[in-house]
Design a protein around this ligand. Structure first.
Ligand code: SF4
Length: 219
């Protein structure tokens, strides 16, 4: 297997290599993970970056370092994304921590993570969970966002960032984790079946029309 072909080790523009690992809820940072990170960073002197997707990225390694780091992260039980899948949602702290929160974000995001994180997905569809309409996790500027309200979760669909950002539109409401995950799975399936090469959900919705999109995902 050549240097560029080990899944999880990503070549960078400057010739170095990068590895990122998931941190579900941006909150599962145990003392053991911190110790693993400290040992790796001390030994390999790599840059540790907290990404906007709430993952940990290790940068500035040569290939042999990256191979060693990948092995150690996996031995520590950490999840390095190796194929294109739904991965972890971006999430704010929610109940019971935030004084404005209307819903418990960690439990919904964890439910998504356990049920759907390894689901294959076309490039690219992102998910966020916010505990109230303030949307600190940008759940209203993302492909699929769940926004806590008193009686459940409003579902925002079709947003994205980038050079030409688009606000998501409120398209429905769910009241349980099961209902939310089932909807997310139907949207992911539709998205993957409709993408030719690379797209965002807003492109698919524009092409098929909002009514047809809603009909096909059961909204
Ligand atoms: S979105 Fe609401 S619940 Fe979440 S951190 Fe922001 S203010 Fe708190």
């Amino acid at each position: 297997m050549s240097e560029q072909m080990i899944p999880g080790i990503v070549p960078q523009k400057d010739g170095s290599y990068m590895i990122s690992f998931e941190l579900p809820n941006g909150a599962c940072m145990t003392p053991e993970i911190l110790e693993t990170l400290a040992a790796i960073s001390r030994q390999h002197n790599c840059l540790v970056h907290v990404t906007t997707a709430q993952k940990i990225m290790l940068l500035g390694m040569d290939f042999d370092q990256a191979r060693d780091v990948l092995k150690r992260l996996e031995e520590a039980g950490l999840s390095v994304r190796k194929t294109r899948d739904l991965s972890q949602p971006r999430v704010c702290v929610g109940k019971p921590y935030c004084k404005l929160a209307l819903q418990d974000t960690f439990s919904l995001a964890q439910y998504f993570y356990e049920r759907l994180s390894r689901k294959p997905i076309a490039p690219k569809m992102k998910v966020a969970v916010a505990g109230c309409p303030a949307c600190c996790s940008w759940a209203n500027i993302i492909d699929v966002g769940f926004v806590g309200v008193k009686s459940g979760w409003k579902v925002f669909i079709g947003g994205h960032g980038g050079a030409r950002p688009v606000l998501a539109e409120e398209m429905g409401k769910v009241t349980s984790h099961e209902e939310a995950a089932a909807l997310l799975e139907r949207i992911a399936d539709l998205f993957t079946s409709e993408v030719k090469k690379k797209a965002r959900l807003s492109h698919i919705i524009k092409r098929m029309g909002v009514d047809e999109f809603k009909r096909r995902v059961g909204l």
